[in-house]
Design a protein around this ligand. Structure first.
Ligand code: IPM
Ligand code: MG
Length: 369
């Protein structure tokens, strides 16, 4: 198979982690007889620096012309004072919209080798395997109107007002609910829909529509939880969760929390699908404080390659090979700084990538069990 990809390294640690992820992709493609064709394009701060646009038209064209997109991260303090549309993040949000990627899948899986990394007791976190299904093109991130208006005198207390709009249409809720129920059918058949229906109209409509779609999936056990209470349960009883279905901003927050629960945000991968071309990225972001030091954890990006193989190419064996390679190197004690704790030696981003590449080769050669 030809794997035609656009790579968007982006900002901060993005280039370092995508570099390793591409090496792993190449290794798994070689092992299973696939061809890889790559083009690299700028996004975020890197694109702002180059052409003063966080998502150049050429980048969008390249993405739409490929079979899948692998992204590192966007965001840089250098642009903190830019107007909204000239921030790195605006490039990512526009890309999600251009790709029609309304379904953001964020698995949070506990690796047995990482018991010492979770702040939770082993008996609480052991067995955690959560799939967060985050709506990605609606809610506060995209709702209109949005503005900051009024004037503020320098030095005086300001009188400005800021507005964002949370907006959801029934069809937007329906399509993301279907994604969650379909995934649940292949897992433990549990969907927890997270909302704030005691306060927000958006959430009341959300709950109604999700309940209606749920009737089409009688085998799936559907529950509803307010987001505040869901956040508490996520640390108290993470193993109770299977598929979590939620709107854009709640999903943003809960997925970082889930990263903390399983030991490091650096491990979390994501797939943004639903449109013609899937977008795959680690959840961790640009981490400017550690950028360029060669110490970032590339496993979130590497596990995003596994999701890419599975969701954009239906290459399940290849995806599992990457995931098993990651488990194997963690089992062998390979640890980047975020995972090392007091007991393990720290290896670099490149060493971690290399270890996974070697494990991929071994696993691909082993006869199927
Ligand atoms: C994420 C990030 C993004 C988001 C930012 C960088 C726009 O936090 O993917 O979780 O909020 O969606
Ligand atoms: Mg986030």
């Amino acid at each position: 198979m030809l794997l035609k990809l656009t790579i968007l390294p982006g900002d901060g640690i993005g280039p370092e982690v995508t570099g390793q992820a591409v090496l792993v992709l190449q290794a798994v493609a070689d092992a299973y007889g696939h061809q890889v064709q790559l083009q690299h394009k700028p996004i975020g701060g890197a694109a702002l620096t180059a052409v003063n646009d966080p998502l150049p038209a050429d980048t969008v064209q390249a993405c739409l012309g490929s079979s899948a997109v692998l992204l590192g991260a966007v965001g840089s303090p250098a642009f903190d004072h830019n107007p909204g549309h000239l921030r790195p993040e605006a490039g990512l949000l526009r890309l999600r919209r251009e790709l029609g990627a309304y379904a953001n899948l964020r698995p949070a899986v506990f690796f047995p080798a990482l018991e010492d990394c979770s702040p939770l007791r082993p008996e609480i976190v052991r067995g955690t395997d959560i799939m967060i299904v985050r709506e990605l093109l609606g809610g506060l991130y995209f709702g209109q109107p949005r503005s900051i208006s009024g004037t503020s005198e320098p030095g005086a207390a300001g009188a400005r007002v800021a507005v964002n709009t949370m907006r959801y249409g029934e069809s937007e809720i329906e399509r993301i609910a279907r994604v969650a129920f379909e995934l649940a059918m292949k897992r433990k058949r549990k969907v927890l829909s997270v909302d704030k229906a005691n306060v927000l109209e958006c959430s009341r409509l959300w709950r109604e529509v999700v309940t209606r779609v749920g009737k089409e999936y009688p085998e799936v056990k559907l529950g509803h939880q307010y987001v505040d209470s869901a956040a508490m349960l996520l640390v108290q009883r993470p193993t109770d969760f299977d598929v979590v279905l939620t709107e854009n901003m709640f999903g943003d927050i809960l997925s970082d929390q889930a990263g903390g629960v399983v030991g490091s945000l650096g491990l979390l991968a994501s797939a943004s699908i639903g449109g013609p071309v899937g977008l795959y990225e680690p959840v961790h972001g640009s981490a400017p404080d550690i950028a360029g030091k060669g110490i970032a954890n590339p496993l979130g990006a590497i596990l995003s390659v596994a999701m890419l193989l599975r969701h954009s190419f239906q290459l399940e064996k290849e995806a599992a090979c990457v995931e098993n390679a990651v488990s194997a190197v963690l089992q062998q004690g390979a640890r980047t700084a975020d995972l090392a704790g007091k007991t393990h030696a720290i290896i670099s981003t490149a060493d971690m990538g290399h270890r996974v590449v070697e494990a991929v080769k071994v696993i691909a050669r082993a006869p199927a069990a």
